[in-house]
Design a protein around this ligand. Structure first.
Ligand code: LMR
Length: 396
């Protein structure tokens, strides 16, 4: 039966990593996938993670199944991380959380929930958005439509265009929002704009679904939840897909969480029971290890402080790389204005490089970036910066 099957196209992000690994050139640079690298070019295990992990290994006494949603402690820790300890959503038990395998797992469960339980199967995503969003939502049977987000000329958010599009959203539709560090543009709404968007959702009667994969990478752990909190103030219901791949560096442990917020505790429990039914048919119940590490760190004040320091270090190193990148291109006589890269947040920037320039970077200089022109700034280091900027100056 298999002889009739055709080869699937390579994934635009992870397929690039496969090609990068096979490239024999020693000087190759991978700015494709969003993985943090330190100055030495490695993806470190955070020191707080190592400590929590060794405690977990000493203390755990069973490998028995978890409940369908994972542990209650993990769910509560994630809710406090999102909203703060004293937020009415937390104190009023208006949220329920399920540990999902990675942010992608959380998004897929959210998509299945929307497809099976809600009145509209339409989801709106920003244009552009993460290359895998449409695939994940379509796989669950959702209709994916886009709203305007990016002004390519100004290299900035087209907020007026975004608002015009979001006013067209029908009541009951879902709108996907990036909690912070928009992937791929690195451009987020301001706190004032978040407030306007939150009111627009309430007036339009649409369901906000937050993809929150970079909490702590823009300005700070709490500051980065400003948009989410604005929505919580004006909207009784929402879904949040958290990922702890980046901010805990737990990429291969697949730690994510799907949080459902309703207007009271009983409604949250009823809606969440449907999420549990979906999980049971997809992966039955979640793995423990990564969530165990996150739970220990978030509930131990010394480890939590250490974690916040390590997130700040990653955030600041990326910010330094943004500045160095802009300055290094300028030093090479590049006249095109790349200063917008210094104003963006998180791991990514939309460079404005076209597909031919992206192809030439890979072919002639062993520099890998995503076809859309998205650059993972988190992969830049002081040692690869000269080679990178020489290459870009040549292909421009
Ligand atoms: C990315 O956008 O590079 C990351 O979120 C990793 C991935 O799975 O695509």
């Amino acid at each position: 039966m298999f002889e009739t099957l055709k080869t699937a196209p390579a994934d635009p992000i992870l397929g690039l990593t496969e090609a990068f690994k096979k490239d024999p050139r020693a000087e190759k640079i991978n700015l494709g996938v969003g993985i943090y690298k330190d100055e030495g070019g490695t993806t470190p295990i955070l020191s707080c993670v190592k400590k929590a992990e060794s405690r977990l290994l000493q203390e755990e006494s069973t490998k028995s199944y978890l409940g369908i949603e994972g542990t209650e402690e993990y769910g509560r820790s994630v809710q406090r991380l999102l909203f703060g300890n004293d937020h009415p959503i937390v104190t009023g038990s208006r949220a329920q959380s399920a540990h999902a395998p990675g942010g992608t797992g959380a998004l897929r469960i959210a998509a299945e929930f929307i497809a099976r339980q809600l009145s509209s199967r339409r989801i709106w995503v920003s244009d552009p958005t993460w290359a895998n969003h449409a695939n994940v939502f379509q796989a669950a049977g959702l209709e994916v439509v886009s709203y305007r987000y990016y002004d390519a000329d100004a290299k900035d958010l087209d907020f007026a265009g975004m608002m015009t599009a979001l006013k067209q959203v029908s009541p009951g539709d879902t709108v996907l929002l990036h909690g912070c560090c928009h992937n791929p543009t690195g451009i987020d709404p301001t706190p004032e704009q978040w407030e306007i968007l939150a009111k627009c959702a309430a007036e339009g009667g649409w369901l906000p679904l937050f993809d929150f994969a970079y909490q702590g990478f823009a300005t700070g752990i709490d500051e980065d939840a400003a948009g989410l909190k604005s929505f919580a103030e004006h909207n009784p219901e929402m879904l949040i897909a958290s990922s702890f791949s980046k901010n805990f560096g737990l990429y291969n442990e697949r730690v994510g969480c799907l949080t459902l917020v309703a207007d009271d505790s009983a409604r949250a429990m009823a809606a969440f029971s449907q999420i549990k039914s979906i999980i049971r048919t997809v992966y039955s119940n979640p793995p423990y290890h990564g969530a165990g590490i996150v739970t220990i760190i978030l509930n131990d004040s010394a480890l939590r402080t250490e974690w916040e320091g390590e997130v700040a270090q990653m955030r600041e190193r990326i910010r330094d790389m943004r500045e160095l990148f802009v300055a290094s291109l300028k030093a090479r006589g590049v006249t095109r204005d790349f200063s917008f890269i210094g104003r963006q947040h998180g791991m990514f920037s939309f460079s404005g490089l076209n597909p031919e320039q992206v192809a030439a970077l890979k072919r002639d200089h062993a520099v890998y970036i995503v076809g859309s022109g998205r650059i993972s700034v988190a992969g830049m280091t002081r040692s690869n910066m000269d080679a990178l900027c020489d290459a870009i100056a040549k292909v421009l």
